[in-house]
Ligand binder design. Structure first.
Ligand code: TMP
Length: 203
């Protein structure tokens, strides 16, 4: 595959989606072939699964169902657009990917991380990001940025969101080459410059 795959990760309110959109714009202005996706979602089937996952009415959803639904949404996105785009030489930016499942379902909910990685291998067909930018923010500060209408995951306790943050930091320690941490407390412009520098290194 000749394209490049860059993922944006972080806990709630980290500003990663804004930065992903800014990078997409920056690359488009350089006339580079860029595709911006999000997880869960990005294609029709996965967007339908997203609605199920985030619906506050689905309070009964068990850890197994939740983990498998995130993986199912991912599998469809990977097959339908991610692999074809990478084969066509595109720069694919994805707002969240497998690291999110490790952080939220693994570290946050206590689902076995090895199991997540095994199912993840099947769902992603082994596709891994060339670069992952992790936007790190204090759990309480991040949640305060998400507004009043919270989804099923955002509604979880501060304790849960703190575990997610620690999970991300543990992942970054395990994969220092791939995962670059950004302090999400900085200005939008400074953060964007830092993202551009890392992206330039892999392009
Ligand atoms: P978003 O708010 O960044 O669009 O992500 C949707 C929510 O889904 C967010 O609360 C994080 C959560 N999530 C997981 O719990 N596991 C996953 O694998 C993914 C991709 C997202």
């Amino acid at each position: 595959m000749t394209g490049k795959f860059i993922t944006f990760e972080g806990s709630e309110g980290s500003g990663k989606s804004t930065q992903a959109a800014m990078l997409a714009e920056h690359l488009k202005q350089r006339n580079l072939p860029v595709l911006l996706l999000r997880e869960p979602g990005g294609v029709k089937i996965s967007e339908s699964i997203r609605a199920l996952l985030l619906d506050v009415g689905n309070a009964k959803m068990g850890d197994e169902c939740e983990t498998l639904l995130y993986m199912a949404a991912r599998a469809q996105l990977v097959k339908e657009v991610l692999i074809p785009a990478l084969e066509a030489g595109k720069i694919v930016l994805c707002d969240r990917f497998l690291d999110s499942t490790v952080a939220y379902q693994g570290y946050g909910n206590g689902v076995d991380v090895k199991t997540i990685l095994n199912i993840g291998q099947y769902a992603t067909r082994g596709v891994q990001p060339d670069l992952t930018v992790l936007f790190d923010i204090d759990a309480r500060k991040g949640l305060a940025r998400t507004g009043t209408s919270k989804d099923r995951i955002e509604l979880r306790s501060i304790d849960y969101h703190e575990k997610v943050r620690q999970g991300y930091l543990a992942l970054a320690k395990q994969h220092p080459q791939r995962i670059k941490i950004i302090d999400a407390g900085g200005s939008k412009e400074d953060i964007s410059e830092q993202v551009n520098t890392w992206v330039d290194q892999i392009l």
